[in-house]
Ligand binder design. Structure first.
Ligand code: SAM
Length: 332
């Protein structure tokens, strides 16, 4: 039976009320009539977006005049409201992928196309224990918390206090409170993780930082056998370094690198063609599974490309490299 304080007993026009998504899900989503205190997104006819927090008696102003929040509060989302100078605005609650690209930023965010890849390919599941660094503006954190749910745990590390503050505000705003599965530590992952991990082994580690290869030993120490590390990097040089460091460690499966390109389409009668704008390069992703301690992945059957690890190569070397490979010239 719900008690007087339980989310099930609050009135329908209060967030968490009968008509709303259960507060216990910590989804960051509301349903039912728009309520005071909620964020909504107004989109004008040119696609310009304004996020406003609904307050009784308050007005939203733009170059198309003003409109009263009271005209919005109490209605079901998905309608058009007209301002005092005839500006039309579409009203919806922002989706997670819309929220993260419009929220205040400290550092660059992981874009929704990559957050979706990370959640799927790093296999983030309800109840998972996930470590993430750096937290930056908290965009990826929101997707990870959504995926692990209130029974999981996302332990985020960020070495810059000012970015951690931005992330705290963004994550709190999205989930409308302090998500019970989230803990945020200000510090360098490579130093903080070995101390923090202790007996608390984790299922997944997601690295979005300049030098993820510096954290490979700490990550190996924290992951359960079968656990997975996923790194997100912006450049090919970073990609090469993190892949080779994972290989050289020896306690991970062969790293799998990839990128995703997303193209929208224009569809209008007979004019059906790719859109002009494309979300092309954002970053590269790479995943690898943690072997059981002391176990090694099978030796590679294929020789490296000629010269790949020749005299000009200065990075980490795979542990099972045949000696003659070191002398080969590079072939393009
Ligand atoms: C690109 S941002 C992360 C963005 C974040 N994933 C998001 O979606 O909003 C990279 C962050 O990593 C932090 N960082 C870099 N190296 C770190 C380390 N070794 N430990 C913890 N944080 C680190 C930086 O301070 C920066 O805030």
């Amino acid at each position: 039976m719900p008690t007087d304080e339980s989310p099930d007993s609050v009135t329908p026009d209060t967030p968490g009320g009968d008509d709303d998504v259960s507060r216990d899900a910590w989804s960051g989503v509301h349903r039912g009539p728009l309520r005071a205190g909620e964020w909504v997104r107004l989109t004008d006819s040119k696609g310009r977006r304004h996020n406003i927090c609904l307050e009784p008696g308050k007005r939203f102003f733009s170059n198309r005049g003003h409109l009263d929040h009271d005209e919005i509060i109490g209605r079901d989302e998905g309608f058009t409201v007209v301002s005092s100078l005839n500006g039309e605005y579409l009203v919806f609650r922002p989706l997670l992928n819309e929220f993260v690209v419009s929220m205040p930023r400290g550092a660059a965010v992981v874009y929704p196309k990559d957050a979706a890849q990370i959640v799927a390919m790093a296999d983030i599941f309800p109840g998972a224990r996930v470590v993430e660094a750096g937290v930056g503006s908290g965009a990826l954190t929101c997707s990870l918390l959504r995926a692990v749910g209130p029974t999981g745990r996302v332990s985020s590390y960020e070495r810059r206090e000012e970015f951690a503050d931005v992330a705290r505000r963004n994550v709190r705003q999205f989930f409308d409170g302090d998500h019970p599965a989230w803990e945020l530590t200000v510090g360098d992952l490579a130093e903080a993780l070995p101390t923090a991990a202790g007996d608390r082994r984790v299922d997944r580690v997601i690295l979005d930082m300049l030098a993820p290869w510096e954290c490979v030993d700490a990550v190996a120490g924290a992951l359960v056998p079968g656990g997975l590390v996923c790194a997100y990097v912006a450049t090919t040089t970073q990609l090469g370094r993190v892949v080779e460091t994972l290989r050289a460690h020896g306690g991970f499966t062969e790293p799998q690198p990839w990128e995703s390109l997303v193209r929208d389409w224009h569809v209008e009668g007979l004019a059906v063609r790719p859109g002009h704008r494309m979300s092309g390069h954002t970053g590269f992703l790479v995943t690898a599974r943690r072997m059981s301690p002391g176990e090694r992945p099978p030796a590679k059957r294929r020789r490296p490309a000629p010269g790949a690890y020749g005299v000009d190569y200065a990075g980490p070397r795979p542990i099972d490299l045949p000696p003659q490979v070191e002398l080969e010239p590079f072939e393009e």
